[in-house]
Design a protein around this ligand. Sequence first.
Ligand code: TYD
Length: 194
Amino acid sequence: MMSSPIFIVLEGIDGSGKTTAISKIGEYLESLGRKVMITMEPTKGAIGKLVAETDDLTPESEALLFTADRACHTKEISECLGAGYDVICDRYFASTLAYQSVSGLDRDWLYSINSKVIREPDVHILLDVDPEISLTRVGKRGEKVSRFEKLDYLRKVRDSYLGIAKAYGLTVLDASRNEGDVLMDIIGMIDRRI
Ligand code: TYD
């Protein structure tokens, strides 16, 4: 008999390989005959769009909007799991803890507002990579923000993520390796859950 649906979350800075890994995980689960839903945050819903499109938010309002978006998203995720779908999510509460704490907000406060609106992932992964590598992968050299400023910011986000992984039990995978090796580790974790 097929095991119960699982909730998988991938976290990491841009260029850590989340998107590619997620589509491969989806293909793998489907090859086992499972139903799969792939989703992401911020969502394409009204609150997700608002936070993605508004430039002049304060750190607090941004954190509250990402969290409000998540509250609606968690409901959808739970409905999908209830309908028998494995759910694979690109970013979840650890993104708010990582990015918004770098904007100066208190991590415990961020967790406390999030704790009311999340469900515990069954597989919760941080794809960890040096921003020097991730920036090269996403090819974002020569943007308006200088590469140096961006690197400095992303190093803070990476450190923040690593602290969060430790505190909230995310599995840290070295995502500087080739895609195939990273995927094998992820599939190993999933196989132990299904
Ligand atoms: P994403 O869509 O993954 O990146 P991009 O627009 O570069 O393709 O996420 C958008 C940005 O939002 C990303 O830089 C991370 C940030 N973010 C937060 O700061 N807090 C959050 O809670 C979430 C979900 C995303």
